[in-house]
Design a protein around this ligand. Structure first.
Ligand SMILES: Cc1cc2nc3c(=O)[nH]c(=O)nc-3n(C[C@H](O)[C@H](O)[C@H](O)COP(=O)(O)OP(=O)(O)OC[C@H]3O[C@@H](n4cnc5c(N)ncnc54)[C@H](O)[C@@H]3O)c2cc1C
Length: 304
């Protein structure tokens, strides 16, 4: 049955230049390194190719999922019956500047954004350094750290909607809140960041400070998605503190483990399956709910 679905999908997508493969394992496209195959992989080389892909999917009823660096998603072991859309070609990683603003493609990595801004003496995005996501993924999740969120510095977002129309949105209308946005259904293509002139030395110092803080507190020893749970509102404690106080650091399910360094990190210690990670998530949620009466909510997106 599943084989037939893939066959049909391959036929439906035939002729599109941007299709880079069929039944590609998602584990290679996520930082957690888990996940079965997607129906196909699409990697458009230009805005026109992206629009052509979206219009064809609309006409033929094909569903797709746009991802960036896959640093905030977990895909089930059975894979997903969707086309994986990656804006990883050079066109979607472009950077332009008019001296005060920075225009970045959605596929650009956040570290590249920070370092490009530093070279232009533009300050503002330093708190994002070390987050292994792309501009597109960071906007959809409203990524942030150390009191800053990407929403603080975005001016405008360019996106393609489900009908293949190119739209430009003001950041204010993107519904950007704590690790959320109202951008579902849109493919982010590009964003304009409003930054401030600063000395390069000052910017470099800030980049170094944030990098040191990150390396000293977070677990980079094994694949992960960073923080697994959102910090609950009005709980008085962070998710990490609650998990730690429940004594869950180091708890294992199969190849997955709660990090011993940062309790809100679940790491792929040793050839974990997505199922191990999902079971560990459920175990942590149950325990925190029992001890604190708090329902933790995943920050990470789970694709089943
Ligand atoms: C070690 C580590 C540390 C981390 N630290 C932090 C941190 O400090 N703060 C923080 O906020 N996060 C952190 N994260 C999580 C993650 O890196 C961020 O959420 C990041 O912004 C996700 O970007 P991505 O490109 O990897 O998105 P993905 O994981 O690829 O996708 C995330 C979501 O965005 C959607 N999406 C991605 N690109 C597009 C696009 N172009 N158009 C439309 N939808 C799109 C996807 O469909 C998915 O719903 C960390 C992760 C790791 C592994």
């Amino acid at each position: 049955m599943r084989g037939q679905v893939y066959k049909d999908r391959s036929r439906a997508l035939k002729g599109l230049k941007c299709i880079a493969g069929f039944r590609v394992p998602m584990a290679g496209y996520t930082t957690m390194r888990v996940g079965g195959p997607c129906a196909a992989l699409c990697r458009p080389g230009s805005l026109e190719e992206l629009v052509e892909f979206v219009k064809l999917c609309r006409r033929r009823g094909i569903s797709y999922l746009a991802i960036g660096n896959g640093s905030n998603i977990i895909v089930a072991d059975k894979g997903m019956n969707k086309v994986l859309l990656r804006l990883s070609s050079p066109f979607f990683k472009r950077i332009d500047s008019d001296g005060e603003s920075l225009m970045c493609g959605a596929g650009l990595g956040l570290n590249m954004l920070c370092h490009a801004a530093e070279r232009l003496s533009l300050g503002g995005p330093e708190f994002l350094v070390g987050i292994p996501g792309s501009v597109g993924g960071a906007i959809v999740q409203n990524a942030g750290a150390y009191g800053g969120s990407i929403s603080d510095i975005i001016k405008e977002i360019m996106a393609v909607d489900r009908d293949g129309r190119v739209r430009v949105l003001k950041a204010k209308s993107a519904g950007l809140g704590y690790r959320k946005s109202s951008l579902a259904g849109l493919i982010i293509v590009k964003a304009t960041f409003c930054l401030k002139k600063r000395s390069r030395t000052d910017i470099r110092d800030r980049l170094n400070t944030y990098t040191e803080r990150r390396l000293s507190t977070q677990d980079y020893s094994a694949p992960s998605c960073g923080c697994m749970f959102k910090n609950p509102r009005n709980a008085g404690l962070t998710a990490a503190k609650m998990i730690d106080r429940c004594g869950l650091k180091g708890t294992r399910v199969g190849g997955a483990s709660v990090s011993s360094k940062h309790a809100n990190f679940i790491i792929n210690r040793r050839h974990a399956k997505a199922a191990d990670i999902l079971r560990l998530i459920a175990l942590v949620k149950k325990r925190v709910n029992k001890d604190y009466g708090v329902k933790l909510e995943e920050e990470v997106q789970i694709i089943r």
